[in-house]
Design a protein around this ligand. Structure first.
Ligand code: ADP
Ligand code: MG
Ligand code: ZN
Length: 476
């Protein structure tokens, strides 16, 4: 019988923090910008420049660590990781090796197979490097130091994952937590979340870990899934041929769907780590940790549970709405204002999602006032507008946050509630279609639909079809 193999995966995830300024200087930490405009002597490694720690970075790390059930090192230090590379102007990166801020936590993930805990080995604070641009000029590379010194948290998991599905669930969970905490937008494409995948295989049932490789340069969930499948197959093939897996860093090329070696695995000792003499140790008070624990928001799962209980939403709705904290907040306020949670949910899951998808927009970018959606739902309820008109109004709410009541009036979208006007239209339609009226009266009830249509046309769609229907039957 062929041997069975188990895949073992541990992740090192870098999350770029959305602080206003960089970790050790006052430069903007914003993504992008004209090259080398978010720079100063500190983040370009000028002689004599001294780093000053941004307190927000510590706060964000504590928030994430607390959310991931970590132990906190109250006594923290920064260390220098020494290496030369042109995107690293100091010739060292300030990181934490000996005393990382958080350690020994865990995150619970959920996949088809059920719930599972993934242990977190540690989390530490460090600075990002600049960016090299290789193909702009022909004969040389360019460097942009805007990203140099942008704060990062590196989250190192234990090798507890076994499938690509678990890896994606873990990354989604981290992303949800960071977004709910408001500490990072975690965009793989923009590089504000980057995952290095450490992978080994072993014979099923074996307790010993196999030799691992590390894959970098994975900037989408699709690429991560492909890389895991490709690397698993490559390693199994090597073992089947009686060869050894070499511990190395490999680069996954998602276009070629294969990986190639980048460098042999470096060791911590290669970097000659030592405590950074320019930075004081950071001592975190119990009070601060306590404060952060107290401020912890309600995360997606709890919120979804509550939405089901409090608003009677189906589980499906609750799960989708809580994928983004912003969306969940909009839902709650709309539901409270109009008192119709399921309707609010339908508008958000239906039209809102459709428009977001059409425009390639993030749910975080929704900027309308929930009262406006609530007012539209109530107007529909009062039959002041029909479904068709409401959709038209909602597009304007999404786009310009219009007040629906004002807009409906301005655009003449209000339905005619005046029975007299409808009656007149009914009579007119009957007079113009006498043959049809006779058909109806002789028992051909099917033609009623046609007559309703005629009346609606006269009313320019602004009448309640149910009312038209009733009036017609009466007159006929
Ligand atoms: P380094 O810092 O040198 O990259 P670590 O020992 O800190 O190495 O591990 C980095 C990551 O690799 C962790 O997420 C860990 O879970 C994972 N890992 C370590 N050994 C293995 C292995 N044999 N198979 C899969 N993943 C592993
Ligand atoms: Mg590593
Ligand atoms: Zn700077």
């Amino acid at each position: 019988m062929a041997k069975q193999y188990e895949t073992v995966i541990g992740l090192e995830v870098h999350v770029e923090l959305s602080t206003k300024t960089k970790i050790f200087c006052g430069c903007s930490a914003k993504f992008g910008g004209k090259p080398n405009t978010h720079t100063c002597p500190v983040c370009t490694g000028m002689p004599g420049a001294l780093p000053v720690l941004n307190k927000k970075v510590v706060e964000y790390a504590l928030k994430l660590g607390t959310a991931a059930n970590c132990q906190i090192n109250r006594y923290n230090r920064f260390d220098r990781k020494n290496y030369f590379y042109p995107d690293n102007p100091q010739n060292y990166q300030i990181s934490q090796l000996y005393l990382p801020i958080c350690h020994d936590g865990c995150l619970e993930i959920e996949t088809e197979a059920g719930k599972k805990k993934i242990r977190i080995h540690e989390m530490h604070m460090e600075e990002d490097a600049g960016k090299l641009i290789h193909d702009e000029w022909e004969d040389c590379s360019l460097v942009d130091y805007n990203r140099s010194g942008v704060p990062l948290i590196e989250i190192v998991s234990e090798p507890d994952m076994r499938t690509a599905e678990e890896v994606i669930a873990y990354l989604e969970k981290l992303k949800m937590i960071c977004q709910y905490l408001g500490i990072s937008d975690c965009k793989l494409q923009e590089g504000s979340m980057r995952a290095d995948v450490n992978l080994s295989v072993r014979e099923a049932g074996s307790q010993k870990l196999g030799t691992r490789t590390e894959m970098k340069n994975l900037n989408s969930f699709k690429a991560i899934t492909h890389a895991i499948e490709g690397e698993r197959a490559r390693q199994i093939e090597l073992l089947e041929e009686g060869k050894k897996v070499i511990q190395e860093t490999r680069r996954w090329d998602d276009n070629k769907e294969s990986s190639y070696p980048m460098r042999s695995k470096e060791d911590a000792k290669d970097y000659r780590y030592f405590p950074d003499p320019d930075l004081m140790p950071v001592i975190i008070s119990e009070e601060w940790i306590e404060e952060i624990r107290k401020e912890q928001p309600e995360f997606a799962e709890e919120k979804a549970e509550r939405f089901q209980k409090e608003y009677g939403l189906p589980r499906y709705d609750a799960k989708i709405l809580t994928q983004s904290r912003h969306m969940a907040d909009i839902f709650e306020e709309t539901a409270r204002r109009c008192g119709q949670p399921k309707k609010a949910s339908n508008w958000l899951m239906g039209e809102t999602m459709r428009i977001l998808k059409e425009k390639g927009m993030d749910p975080e970018k929704i900027s309308f006032t929930p009262t406006h959606l609530a007012d539209l739902i109530l107007a529909l309820e009062r039959k002041e507008i029909n479904q068709q008109g409401a959709k038209q109004v909602f597009e304007q709410i999404m786009e310009k946050d219009v007040d629906p009541l004002v807009y409906m009036k301005e655009q003449g979208l209000l339905m005619v509630s005046d029975d007299g006007a409808i009656e007149a239209a009914v009579e007119e339609a009957m007079a113009e279609n006498q043959k049809t009226v006779e058909e109806y009266r002789s028992g051909k009830e099917k033609v009623l639909g046609f007559l309703v249509g005629q009346v609606m046309k006269k009313m320019k769609g602004k009448a309640d079809p149910a009312k038209v229907n009733a009036l017609l039957r009466e007159k006929l």
